[in-house]
Design a protein. Sequence first.
Length: 273
Amino acid sequence: ESATAFGCLVSDMWLGEFDYVSPEAFHSVFGKRYPAFSRRTQHDAQEFLICVLEDLHEAFKEVRAQLCQERQSPTAGASTRSISGTSIITELFEGQLSYGIRCLTCKALSDRPESFTVLSLPIPSARVCSLQDCLECFFQLDMLTRNNQIHCYWCGGNQDATVKASITKAPQIIIFHLKRFAWQDKHRRKLSTTVWYPFSDLDLSPYISTSCCNNTEYSLCAVVNHAGDLDYGHYTAFCKHSVTKHWYSFDDAQVTKIPDSAVQADTAYLLFY
């Protein structure tokens, strides 16, 4: 299965016996489960990442549920349903959002929770902006009017409303997807905006609910870059070594140590904190 193939890939990477490691075996096994990714054409790295995390979650979730079942006595009759939805993937990457929706007629407030593993952030500028600008745009107060009206339980009809998101559970590792592929004048294009992102001390407290007691400061640990356009291009990655704290560039078979200054790139597409 793909989880086993992924484990072998990670093991080969960390054993340090090779200058570089090809993910061919993992790609082959993963492509059988997700045929869309089996073709050797350009795919979206964010969509691929979500599928990988979901696949690993399902594999590790099943293992955990089975181990729990084996530890219980045959007569205990306890259910593993309560923990069947968790895995090492959810423990590391899953966060929780809450959308506060307020009816503008009766002022009633309701909350809509939603889990996430990747936060897709809009880019509010055509030339230069910061990650903080992207976060402000994502978490700003929005109006729900006309076709987007809510059906208010208290008013009993469709009403205008406001909606504002907040983080109620911050994950240990938070992944930001910069929405560089956007629609403009009925055409989809790539945004080449320079997005400045901090290497350390990213403070998410302005966007976190007061009920959340998780850590709110993050440091950058990896970047996925995309060079090219909509239908063609090339993905590379920058990763920070967890022990030496040095940054490395991964460009196919080329793995090179890079200075910190090189990590800030106009091609950044996914940010891992």
